[in-house]
Design a protein around this ligand. Structure first.
Ligand SMILES: NC(=O)c1ccc[n+]([C@@H]2O[C@H](COP(=O)([O-])OP(=O)(O)OC[C@H]3O[C@@H](n4cnc5c(N)ncnc54)[C@H](OP(=O)(O)O)[C@@H]3O)[C@@H](O)[C@H]2O)c1
Length: 352
């Protein structure tokens, strides 16, 4: 039996994870948490809001599936890494923000860190058992979101409702807006850097509208490995929860006849949040933490109708230009850097 603690149980990933756990006799849900929605009775131990590490201490899980959204996922990510408990990580924001601190905790704890993000799960599978010296780079695919192909001027008046209509994935509101701005791919770029130890200049991003190819790995001899599958999160969730046995799922095979694979370049002018993430990642220190914090503030404001779509990038850019980005020595430093970036980003929301 593998004992699972599921954090973010009421969300898009959380609900699909419950489906995977219910279908697999060797997986047992021992603890579940949400932010504010009631979840009584979902698992032997449940918690709504508050400090999630107390719940994890009591539950003593074999696997923590962190499917909380945003920086709120930091504490359980660090708990699992420090304790050497397998971390199935959907909450990319925590790894982006903590970066080197998370890696150091992972090294001390010695547990498994398994990505749930479909792109990173794909890279993980393409890299498995491979001599890293043979790997030349990684290619992350982006669906392009609902505004793919639009020029920057055509994005000025788009509404939250339009931005929430994602063409290929059904996800929570924050990540859906991040997919529309390409901030999601920016977060994933930084996540890939930390997960796989690949330098930023060896991580490419291409637009691939159907989301059938989840990621590719370039090898030094010119070969390119691709991971294909239906865009269905139950596959990477199942992979992470049952690793390394790779249980079967109810997701059907991908039909190949008539399947066309199209790739195009990202329009950096219309979607500046990807380039801003790359710059923040290369700058290092707490710049990625500030990128994430400012983006969270701006996305919440956009969803509330307080700023326009293009303001999200402007708020993040302005915040990054004002933070010092100094490296965090510990979690207190990191929490302070997050708070300072949120303060600066919130100031940017005010009319001049
Ligand atoms: N959805 C996808 O397909 C997908 C794919 C790849 C990666 N991810 C990543 O997975 C994470 C979750 O995404 P999602 O789409 O599932 O989001 P979601 O549908 O918005 O769900 C978020 C979950 O987090 C919980 N939560 C929020 N704040 C919390 C807090 N302070 N303490 C405890 N729980 C809290 C929510 O509880 P309430 O219901 O009570 O608010 C909810 O259960 C994100 O980091 C996202 O980037 C998602």
């Amino acid at each position: 039996m593998r004992r699972i603690a599921l954090l973010g149980a009421t969300g898009s990933i959380g609900r699909q994870a419950i489906e995977v756990i219910d279908a697999h006799p060797d997986l047992e849900l021992v603890a579940a948490a949400s932010g504010s929605a009631p979840i009584d009775g979902l698992a032997p131990l449940t918690q709504t809001g508050g400090d999630l590490t107390g719940l994890l201490d009591r539950a003593e899980p074999d696997v923590v599936l962190n499917a909380v959204v945003g920086f709120a996922g930091l504490a359980p990510t660090m708990w699992a890494l420090e304790h050497g408990v397998t971390l199935a990580l959907a909450n990319k924001e925590s790894l982006v923000a903590a970066g080197r601190l998370a890696l150091a905790a992972h090294e001390r704890g010695g547990g498994l860190l398994l990505p749930v993000d479909s792109e990173h799960s794909a890279v993980h599978q393409c890299l498995e058992g491979r001599d890293r010296a043979t790997v030349a780079g990684v290619v992350l695919t982006a669906s392009g979101g609902p505004f793919r192909g639009r020029a920057r001027e055509e994005l000025a008046d788009v509404t939250a409702e339009q931005a929430l209509a994602h063409p290929t994935w059904r996800m929570g509101p924050k990540i859906t807006i991040d997919s529309a701005t390409l901030a999601n791919k920016g977060l994933e770029l930084i996540e890939a850097h930390w997960l796989f130890g690949i330098p930023y200049d060896a991580i490419e991003v291409v637009v691939h509208p159907t989301s059938v190819v989840h990621a590719l790995v370039r090898l030094r001899d010119g070969a390119l490995l691709a991971h294909l599958g239906r865009p269905d999160m139950r596959v990477p969730i199942s992979y992470a929860l049952t690793y390394p046995t790779r249980a079967s799922t109810t997701v059907g095979p991908l039909p190949l006849e008539g399947l066309a694979l199209e790739f195009e370049a990202v329009d950096d002018h219309a979607f500046p949040l990807l380039g801003l993430a790359r710059a923040a990642g290369e700058r290092g220190g707490t710049a990625p933490c500030a990128y994430n914090a400012a983006n969270e503030v701006a996305v919440a404001a956009f969803l509330e109708g307080r700023i326009a779509f293009l303001d999200i990038g402007a708020v993040v850019e302005e915040t990054l230009s004002r933070v010092d980005g100094a490296a965090a020595r510990d979690l207190d430093d990191l929490v302070a850097a997050d708070a300072e970036a949120r303060r600066l980003a919130t100031r940017e929301l005010q009319p001049a």
